[in-house]
Design a protein around this ligand. Structure first.
Ligand code: SF4
Length: 356
């Protein structure tokens, strides 16, 4: 067994709690962001919440480092910066196997997941940056649409879009935009649960909402600041009941002690929360890390018990020479087989989009 998770903290309370909405301790606006009508809309929301606003004199964010890496992390995770997306964000990149293209309404996330995939993707202090030029970002997407096939766009690669929705309204704006497109669909995923403002939007079935879930013991141990798995499932049920296509991302899958039992319990919770005959999708992602993400995560979470022992892993190389540490072939095959069987047995109409 590759890791040990104890169950002793899984009290009923912890399994059902929801975090309060994240309220940053500082909200910074750049001059460029304040020039944007969408930036003004965010300003009004933040002001209505009585959050402390600082209007910067320059468009560069500076002075966000503390005296240690730990302090820098702590300051950053309490800071929201409203900025404009740079020109590089208008040249989209593909994101297989999740979607055809990715675009970004923000970078960074207020939660504290000890395996966070953003650790290897974003550089600098993990301040939560949201983009005030959203209308231009959305307008740019049409150029990437295929005339014949439905083109899919993922908006959760650099942020958890639901975690900041109460401060920005940006996910709702994306959903409204995709509701008007005949050949383009939006995809987003979250570990949060506050979906009430999304339920009655004119989504037209063009937004695929997914919740990222895991065995309760893993979520309790490694996913600080997120909503409980039970409340994420309830949120997904509400979205499905309001006509949205829905799915689950089970990630990161880890072969902890008694992993079959822990993941069977997760499937039990999914069965009781959702209508098993709905058109559910599953995306299955085993845990992996890179040398870069490990280094950053060890700075952010120095006491974490997350297993990142390279000696127990296989190396996977990408076409640019980068490496990832994944589980070895035997355990990957065993886990893949288990998940596929469980899903086929319990959710006959569900579609597994990929295992990785
Ligand atoms: S919710 Fe997602 S983006 Fe946010 S800290 Fe956790 S893994 Fe990272």
């Amino acid at each position: 067994m590759l890791n040990t998770i104890t169950n002793d903290i899984s009290t009923a309370d912890q399994q059902t709690h929801s975090p309060k909405l994240w309220m940053p301790e500082r909200v910074l606006f750049t001059p460029a962001a304040l020039n944007e009508p969408w930036g003004q809309q965010i300003f009004a929301r933040v002001q209505a919440l009585n959050l402390p606003i600082e209007e910067l004199r320059h468009n560069r964010l500076t002075g966000l480092r503390g005296e240690s890496d730990r302090e820098t992390y702590s300051i950053a995770k309490r800071t929201l910066a409203v900025v404009t997306a740079p020109p590089s964000h208008f040249k989209l990149t593909p994101i297989p196997p999740s979607a055809d293209w990715q675009f970004h309404l923000a970078e960074g996330c207020p939660a504290h997941c000890q395996y966070c995939y953003l650790a290897g993707s974003l550089s600098g202090p993990p301040v939560i940056r949201v983009f005030a030029n959203l209308p231009q970002i959305l307008e740019n997407l049409a150029a990437y649409e295929s005339p014949e096939l439905v083109t899919t766009y993922e908006v959760s690669c650099y942020t958890d879009p639901l975690s900041i929705e109460h401060l920005t309204g940006s996910l709702a704006e994306c959903i409204r935009y995709f509701g008007t497109r005949s050949n383009a669909h939006l995809r987003w995923v979250s570990k949060f649960n506050e979906v009430n403002d999304l339920l009655s939007l004119p989504h037209n079935g063009h937004t695929h909402c997914r919740m990222s879930v895991n065995a309760t013991s893993i979520a309790l141990k490694f996913e600080g600041g997120t909503a409980s798995v039970a409340s994420r499932l309830r949120a997904l049920r509400s979205l499905a009941d309001n006509g949205y296509p829905v799915g689950l991302v089970i990630a990161p899958i880890m072969p902890i002690d008694d992993w079959q039992m822990h993941y069977s319990q997760l499937f039990d919770s999914i069965s009781s929360a959702l209508d098993i005959n709905c058109n559910l999708t599953f995306e299955l992602i085993s845990h992996r890390f890179t040398p870069g993400s490990k280094e950053v995560l060890q700075t952010w979470y120095p006491r974490s018990q997350l297993d990142m022992d390279e000696a127990k892993r296989s190396v996977k190389r990408n076409k640019f020479g980068g490496i990832k540490y994944i589980y070895n072939t035997d355990i990957m095959k065993t886990m893949k087989c288990f998940f596929e069987n469980e899903i086929q047995k319990r959710f006959p109409k569900a579609k597994i989009l990929y295992w990785t």
